[in-house]
Design a binder for this molecule. Structure first.
Ligand SMILES: NC(=O)c1ccc[n+]([C@@H]2O[C@H](COP(=O)([O-])OP(=O)(O)OC[C@H]3O[C@@H](n4cnc5c(N)ncnc54)[C@H](OP(=O)(O)O)[C@@H]3O)[C@@H](O)[C@H]2O)c1
Length: 224
């Protein structure tokens, strides 16, 4: 497959880059700093001109995985009385508007049997006391998934709701909180980035050829 991955420099993104390359796929990475894909473009997802230039250059693709995300420990830990409307807009801009920009730029490149996959999060379904702007933005991505599945059909569009995956956000919280995250899962542990990447890869691949408009929950049983 020839696939485009946004957030290719991130924890889950780089795991997917490695996994896909190991399986013989050609990977086009997009992030502001990534270097690990077969070809790397340093675009901001809010820079529509940059995205359009990349889309023009790379040609037809079999898959698009949107794994970028706004990441800030300070914002994640803000209590409700400290949160402002701008905090919501900041996350929404990167996660939702940025995702829309990427899909819009690459829509002409998507082959008829191709697949688009978004990364969302279990707090979008069950809520959380942390990272409320993140949960809200991820909820919007679930809606975007369903609408785009209808609009872009027969191109498949799905999303994965991850529970806690061991990437850089674990540095934002102390060990007590981290063990609470582990305990909330039935498997009593965080997912590895590789396990998260496997779920995305399945949805990108022809193995999931009759799955579209769906939300796959990969959370070690956390949301039960
Ligand atoms: N880890 C988890 O537990 C978890 C759980 C649920 C959902 N998710 C979601 O899964 C996705 C990946 O998570 P992760 O933990 O791998 O995140 P991460 O390690 O923080 O990586 C985030 C990626 O987004 C890119 N990025 C951020 N802002 C960007 C912008 N304006 N333009 C272009 N690229 C941008 C970063 O690259 P540059 O800085 O190089 O631009 C980086 O590659 C995110 O959407 C996250 O919200 C993660």
């Amino acid at each position: 497959m020839k696939i485009v991955i946004t957030g290719a420099s991130g924890g889950i993104g780089s795991a997917l880059v490695n996994l896909a390359r190991e399986r013989g796929d050609y990977v086009i990475g997009i992030s502001r700093s990534g270097k690990n894909a077969d070809v790397n473009y340093n675009c901001d997802v809010l820079d529509v001109q940059c995205l359009a230039e990349v889309a023009e250059e790379v040609g037809d693709v079999d898959g698009l995985a949107l794994l970028h995300g706004h990441g800030s420990g300070e914002l994640w830990n803000k209590k409700i009385d400290a949160l402002s409307g701008d905090d919501f807009l900041e996350v929404f801009k990167i996660d939702v508007v940025g995702s829309f920009n990427v899909v819009k730029a690459f829509a002409p490149n998507l082959k008829t049997n191709s697949s688009v996959v978004f990364a969302t999060s279990t707090p979008a379904i069950v809520g959380d006391v942390y990272g409320v702007p993140y949960a809200v933005a991820k909820g919007a991505l679930i809606s975007l998934t369903r609408s785009l599945a209808k609009i872009l059909s027969p191109i498949r569009v799905n999303s994965v709701a991850f529970g806690p995956v061991e990437t850089k956000w674990v540095e934002w919280i102390d060990e007590v909180e981290l063990s609470r995250f582990r305990e909330r899962t039935l498997l009593k542990r965080l997912a590895t980035p590789r396990e998260a990447a496997e779920a995305i890869y399945w949805l990108l691949s022809p193995s999931s050829s009759y799955v579209t408009g769906q939300l796959l929950i990969v959370d070690g049983g956390e949301s039960l």
